[in-house]
Design a protein around this ligand. Structure first.
Ligand SMILES: [Zn+2]
Length: 311
């Protein structure tokens, strides 16, 4: 069995305007690097299907989905960007992109549970971890990881899953959706006192939130992971691990001020692969979140994928 790589050309069709950091070129940078390094040969490529309405309701309210549909419809009718907030807008291609992104996360979950792949990475956009149950924000619309985790529990019958979020920004949307759901353990670290300015006080006992001061380097973050994440993951014994894989805690990324490098992403991934090997037959689904310096994004995704694929 190999690592499945889910993506779709439609994910490039979401464009929030010139100069926006969450841009289609992020996926191009990843693809180019995989080809240039030969790493693509180690992966099994799969086209992301469209998410179905039922999938979206696993994490979002019907009212929110209707409201979002109106924004999307307006963008299609006018052919222009429709702003949801100052960072986040939709264009005519957004609907297909967001449905492919959520669809990839669900299909990857099925592929891994069905034993078609040992684990999977979803090279998708828009990202999802800031989207709450009832609000789009921070470049995010559908919470891809929450939808996938709930699909594993509610549709596929698993009893315990973990969500790991190493994006530099707090995954406030995921926390909003899963806090208090004792079938899910969420562990994360994020830079303190930056967008979305939340996470200092966990919303439930199933949350392990680690706010980290700016300019913290990888060594200290590894120590925190060893002492705070890993014991909780061991104790929880997840049957599957979902990763909100943002790469904007990289030293070269200008949207955050943390000091991770590729070797740190490889190390973190190895810890999760080890937990998954002990408790869940290796089952991991990783979904792209942030990461805005194109070069460090591509190198970090490759470091993450090398460990997932064991090459
Ligand atoms: Zn981020």
């Amino acid at each position: 069995m190999t690592t499945a790589y889910f993506s779709h050309p439609d994910c490039r069709g979401h464009d929030m305007g010139a100069g926006h950091p969450e841009c289609p070129q992020r996926l191009d940078a990843i693809e180019d690097h995989l080809l240039a390094t030969g790493l693509d040969i180690a992966l099994t490529r799969r086209d992301a299907p469209l998410a179905r309405h039922h999938d979206l309701t696993l994490a979002h309210s019907e009212g929110y989905l209707l409201e979002l549909d109106e924004f999307l419809q307006q963008a299609v009718e006018t052919g222009e960007h429709t702003a949801i907030d100052q960072d986040t807008n939709v264009c005519p291609g957004t609907r297909q992109a967001m449905l492919r992104a959520a669809g990839a996360a669900v299909a990857a979950t099925d592929a891994v549970i069905d034993g078609e792949a040992i684990n999977a990475f979803c090279a998708i956009r828009p990202p999802g971890h800031h989207a709450t149950r009832s609000q789009a924000m921070g470049f995010c619309f559908y919470n891809n990881v929450s939808i996938a985790a709930r699909h594993a529990l509610d549709v596929r019958g698993l009893e315990r899953v973990a969500i790991v979020d190493f994006d530099v920004h707090h995954g406030n949307g995921t926390e909003d959706i899963v806090a208090g759901d004792e079938r899910i353990l969420m562990v994360s670290f994020f830079q303190d006192q930056i967008y979305p300015f939340s996470g200092g006080v966990p919303m439930g006992e199933n949350m392990v939130n680690l706010p980290i001061p700016a300019y913290t380097r990888g060594g200290e973050i590894r120590d925190l992971i060893r002492s705070q994440w890993l014991p909780r993951l061991e104790e929880f014994r997840p049957q599957m691990i979902f990763i909100s894989a943002g790469f904007d805690a990289h030293r070269e990324d200008e949207l955050g001020q943390l000091g991770l490098v590729e070797a740190d992403y490889a190390w973190i991934t190895q810890q999760l692969v080890d937990v998954a090997a002990r408790h869940c037959g290796g089952r991991i689904v990783s979904c792209l979140e942030g990461g805005y310096s194109l070069s460090s994004l591509a190198r970090s995704v490759a470091a993450h994928l090398r460990v997932l694929a064991g090459v």
